[in-house]
Design a protein around this ligand. Structure first.
Ligand code: WTA
Length: 690
């Protein structure tokens, strides 16, 4: 097998590796039909090598043979990372919903596409591919009946559910652009995204249900759309019995869908047309609306889903993420459906009704791949192992983790307690911007070892580079630096909606010729990658990205707060939490404990919760008189981090500080704060428990 594969690779490469005109000719010609099936038989090492030495052949074959095209593409790619130009499968026309639905309905109409694992255990709902196609078409026709057209933006403010998936696919069917907003975001955060994307419609539920609690989704949408003049229609579906109060913009979704035909012709779309926008936090300002395209994104989601998780026909894929995040887009919806999988839509929480929920679900739904966030694992491992062990987990074949670094304790617990030590556990590193997994232990050679808590190996077509402080490329192993990717791949974001300059500045300017991830990484002695965390002012709270600047903007809106600085502070379960240093106008009466500042701090908590979301509320506040700044006025967060951690013994270079005495003030304020907290703790432990 290996010998045959190597021979095949040699013959493929020999047609392409001659320098000069031969290479140019090969790069522009398209691979012959059916080439992918021979490539897919190559040993992993050879296929990876081919993917980076001849990306046109690799991606061209994969796209031509794995996707259904309305019109074939005539050029595999036209990319220039220096200019942020990324175009794949030029000239092709495609419809993503056809690739996720119609193709599967032709092959296995009655296969279950979705299992909606509703909040109430044991009430799951199964939706076949035929049913999902019909629902999607009815929803697409409902959108069309209200004037939604190709290119229009539609906000989806719904927790994971068959109708949320159908809304995404309905947009894809008619060429509208969906922007799913996580249903935990506040009205203001939702309004900001709707305004930025200039959405014409919103799709929502009357209410949401999570962990036994109700979420007032329609009321939040009502508050948001008041400020959004572009919104012409709000489609409201019913998740609970409670009827929604309907206003002039509101359209009862199920009622309108029931009058629509169950067929809707798919719109043929350019490969590079926008498929969706997804807002994510950056280190500055308002979250950015990352643009993903049709063909390249779909191909990348599909290939990574199959190879990283070892997807096989008949598998039940269990990704616990919500559709409001990129993980939900790529590994709840587009990846699994494009591969004809049965995908689980998990509406609940890991601890509802008890900490055995995940594993009871694995048993009841016979889940094959289980993909979750480290924050949930860190929480669950605190409970007795019997919550895991009492359920049958023999259906599991691959375990995966995503969204933040996984610590060793969580990795080992997941691997040995949940997986009984028999399932490969893949720590997958990727980002909203990358569209799909870029570094993960699988795929690899058969039986290749997995190093615990390490993302390890680049996926096909991904060429990681580590850069040093002066922007130099760090060669060899045993080095650490800024993680960049030096070759384009089809799944990468194409831009920031409405702000191409910001796209260039954030990702392509820092290291010309490369995509800069914002993360740091090490390359081990064995050549494997270990992610070390963000290098910018983005923090990761329970696997959710947050820009510290976003929180500061909200804090600074309070009339009593002239300025603030937020940093990430370690937390046992959440990974990181925001720690806010706030300057109050009337400092004379303020310390974190004075009654006036207690009131202000409570108002600040509420402000962050209503302007962004509950999870963004700082866990710690420290009132200070001034913030340490450089002479040019930039806040030195590095120093604040050391103060918060209590590691002020080594403050590093402070020569650029405008006034070094500020540092002593902040240290003193922190010291007093710490003592007060200790005092409070002692008091509460000595008072009799009620
Ligand atoms: C972090 C989530 C370490 C990283 C898919 C990245 C990780 C950011 C890992 C993207 C991992 C994600 N190990 N860190 N396996 N996966 N991250 O856009 O800092 O929500 O830049 O995408 O999460 O978060 P995003």
């Amino acid at each position: 097998m290996a010998a045959r594969g190597t021979g095949l690779l040699r013959s493929l490469l020999s047609r392409c590796s001659s320098p000069g005109p031969g290479l140019a000719r090969c790069a522009s010609s398209l691979p012959p039909p059916g080439a992918w099936s021979s490539l897919a038989r190559l040993p992993h090492r050879d296929l990876y090598r081919l993917s980076v030495t001849d990306p046109d052949r690799f991606w061209g074959s994969a796209a031509a043979d794995r996707l259904r095209w309305e019109e074939p593409f005539h050029r595999v790619r036209d990319c220039d990372l220096r200019a942020g130009k990324i175009r794949w499968f030029l000239g092709g026309k495609i419809n993503v919903s056809v690739n996720c639905l119609d193709v599967n309905v032709e092959k296995h109409p009655d296969r279950v596409a979705l299992i909606w694992e509703r909040d109430e255990p044991g009430t799951e709902v199964k939706v076949t591919y035929r049913e999902l196609l019909e629902t999607t078409c009815r929803l697409a026709n409902a959108l069309k009946s209200r004037g939604i057209q190709k290119g229009d933006r539609v906000a989806v403010y719904m927790p994971v559910s068959p109708l949320a998936v159908a809304a995404m696919l309905a947009c894809a069917r008619i060429g509208a652009v969906h922007t799913v907003v996580f249903a935990g975001f506040s009205a203001e955060a939702l309004a900001g995204r709707i305004q930025d994307a200039q959405c014409k419609a919103v799709v929502t539920f009357n209410q949401g249900v999570r962990g036994g609690r109700l979420l007032e989704l329609k009321a939040t949408v009502d508050a948001a759309v008041k400020r959004c003049p572009t919104v012409q229609h709000v489609f409201v579906a019913q998740r609970t019995e409670t009827p929604a109060v309907m206003g002039p913009l509101d359209v009862p979704l199920e009622e309108v869908m029931s009058c629509q035909p169950p067929r809707c012709p798919p719109e043929p779309l350019d490969s590079e047309a926008m498929l969706f926008l997804l807002y994510t936090s950056g280190s500055t300002g308002f979250p950015k609306g990352l643009v993903h395209s049709q063909a390249g994104y779909l191909l990348y989601a599909s290939l990574t889903h199959q190879y990283v998780f070892d997807h096989q026909d008949g598998d039940v894929f269990g990704c616990m993420a919500d559709v409001g995040w990129i993980t939900g887009h790529s590994y709840v919806v587009y990846g699994p459906l494009s591969n004809g999988a049965t995908t689980v839509l998990f509406e609940s929480t890991p601890v509802y009704p008890d900490p055995g929920r995940y594993w009871e679900t694995v048993q009841r739904l016979s889940i094959s791949q289980f993909y979750a966030a480290p924050t949930a694992l860190r929480l669950l491992l605190k409970y007795d192992q019997s919550f895991v062990k009492k359920y049958d987990r023999s259906s599991l074949r691959t375990l995966g983790s995503v969204g933040e670094p996984i610590n060793h304790e969580a990795w080992h617990w997941f691997h040995s307690v949940v997986g009984d030590g028999r399932c490969p556990l893949v720590d997958t590193w990727w980002q909203t911007e990358t569209g799909g997994v870029c570094i993960a232990p699988r795929p690899a050679e058969d039986g290749a070892a997995i190093v615990p808590a390490m993302a390890m190996r680049p996926f096909f077509g991904i060429q990681p580079e580590l850069m040093g402080e002066k922007g130099e490329r760090l060669a060899g192993n045993g080095v650490g630096g800024a993680l960049c990717i030096s070759q384009p791949w089809p799944g990468m974001a194409r831009g920031i909606y409405g702000d191409q300059q910001r796209f260039l500045d954030a990702y392509f300017k820092p290291y010309p010729g490369c995509y800069f991830t914002g993360d740091g990484a090490l390359r081990s002695q064995d050549g494997f990658y270990q992610i070390t965390g963000r290098m910018d002012d983005v923090i990761n709270v329970s696997g959710h990205r947050l820009g510290t600047a976003e929180i500061e903007d909200v804090l600074d809106e309070h009339p009593e707060v002239p300025e603030s600085a937020v940093i990430g502070f370690p937390h046992e379960i959440k990974g990181e939490v925001p720690f806010a240093f706030v300057v109050l106008k009337d400092y004379s009466s303020s310390s974190s404990s004075s009654s006036s500042s207690v009131v202000v701090l409570q108002q600040l908590r509420e402000l962050v919760s209503t302007k962004i979301a509950r999870y963004a509320v700082p866990e710690h506040f420290l009132v200070v008189k001034r913030l340490p700044k450089t002479r040019s006025g930039k806040i030195m967060r590095r120093i604040l981090r050391k103060v918060a951690m209590g590691t002020t013994g080594d403050l590093g270079d402070v020569s650029t500080l405008d006034d070094p005495s500020v540092v002593d003030e902040v240290i003193e304020a922190h010291e007093q704060h710490r003592k007060r907290q200790e005092g409070e703790k002692k008091e509460s432990s000595s008072s009799p428990s009620l």
